[in-house]
Design a binder for this molecule. Structure first.
Ligand SMILES: Nc1ncnc2c1ncn2[C@@H]1O[C@H](COP(=O)(O)OP(=O)(O)OP(=O)(O)O)[C@@H](O)[C@H]1O
Length: 231
């Protein structure tokens, strides 16, 4: 109850946390996990994941930021998503899996600016038939090996705002991204987050109204929230 109130305070004062604030007890006690501890920041393209994860750097939290440019298929994917989606989705998912295993700091909670839920959402939007089932076999194997995240932070941002941010940041590769694609991906993310909420704690944050990069005291508020929930 105390934690729920903490979320609500944050909602009023700083964050505009969505009305849909989920707070589920974690089925796995944190101290039981010998595995690498992680929080996944999840949301559509340009919803603010990297900025958010990077804010949370202190002696307890270690931002784990993806290097999407090193994915060998990222550029080809946006030139013709239908043609290159299978290798793109399998490789992004494996890249994230590898990064969690290789770069997580022990003794800290790792804050990932990527999420297996988002990977699965991309796959569900773009793959079908045997390619989708092959992808899901890999995905399930990864989920079996890695413990669920301690917490999922879902950044909710509408597609129009995402598209404006994508145009503003001006990565040429992302020029073909359409409003339709962003809407489909957001819907798929929403579904994944709802499923995940059955086994993992989820906080939903409206990231359309606030630009995390502009808020000086947001870091303190978030760190307090995370401390209350996780430590
Ligand atoms: N599974 C994936 N399939 C295809 N593209 C992906 C995948 N994961 C990441 N990307 C691409 O990599 C780039 C970075 O994506 P990501 O959503 O992680 O961060 P971002 O776009 O910088 O947004 P944010 O502002 O939320 O940090 C985007 O072009 C995105 O579409």
């Amino acid at each position: 109850m105390k934690n729920i109130r903490t979320c609500c305070n944050i909602k009023r004062t700083i964050f505009c946390l969505d009305k849909r604030v989920h707070y589920n007890p974690c089925p796995m006690p944190i101290t039981d996990s010998f595995k690498l501890l992680r929080v996944e920041v999840c949301g559509g393209i340009a919803s603010g994941k990297t900025t958010f994860a990077a804010l949370l750097s202190d002696k307890r939290f270690n931002p784990l930021l993806e290097d999407f440019r090193s994915n060998p298929f990222w550029v080809a994917f946006y030139s013709d998503p239908g043609k290159y989606i299978f290798e793109t989705e399998v490789s992004f998912t494996l890249q994230h899996y590898h990064q969690v295993k290789k770069e997580s700091a022990r003794g800290k909670i790792n804050i990932c600016d990527f999420s297996f839920l988002l990977d699965s959402a991309y796959a569900n939007v773009g793959l079908q038939g045997s390619q989708l089932s092959t992808y899901l076999t890999v995905y399930e194997e990864i989920k079996r090996e890695l413990s669920p995240p301690l917490l999922v932070i879902h950044l909710n941002c509408d597609a129009e705002t995402e598209l404006k941010r994508i145009r503003f940041r001006g990565r040429d590769i992302e020029n073909p991204i359409t409003l339709d694609f962003l809407n489909s991906l957001n819907l798929a993310v929403e579904k994944e987050v709802q499923k995940a909420a059955e086994e993992t704690r989820v906080i939903s944050v409206n990231s359309a109204q606030k630009n995390f990069a502009d808020i000086d005291d947001i870091k303190e508020e978030i760190l307090n929230l995370m401390t209350t929930i996780l430590l």
